[in-house]
Design a protein around this ligand. Structure first.
Ligand code: ZN
Length: 51
């Protein structure tokens, strides 16, 4: 104990494939997709100025 890095703990993936946008950006720990915002908001992540 006391040496090494604690990065081997756990066994889950940080990001999984999002079922909405299909990208490998869904974060099950946070509960939302970083790409399309699935789970973060009801709407798809979009902006008015992005027209
Ligand atoms: Zn997504």
């Amino acid at each position: 104990m006391g040496k090494g890095t604690p990065s081997k703990e756990g066994g889950g993936k940080t990001h999984i494939v999002c079922r909405r946008c299909g990208k490998h950006a869904y974060n099950p720990r946070k509960g939302y997709c970083a790409a399309c915002g699935y789970g973060r908001s009801k709407r798809i992540r979009s902006y008015n100025w992005k027209k």
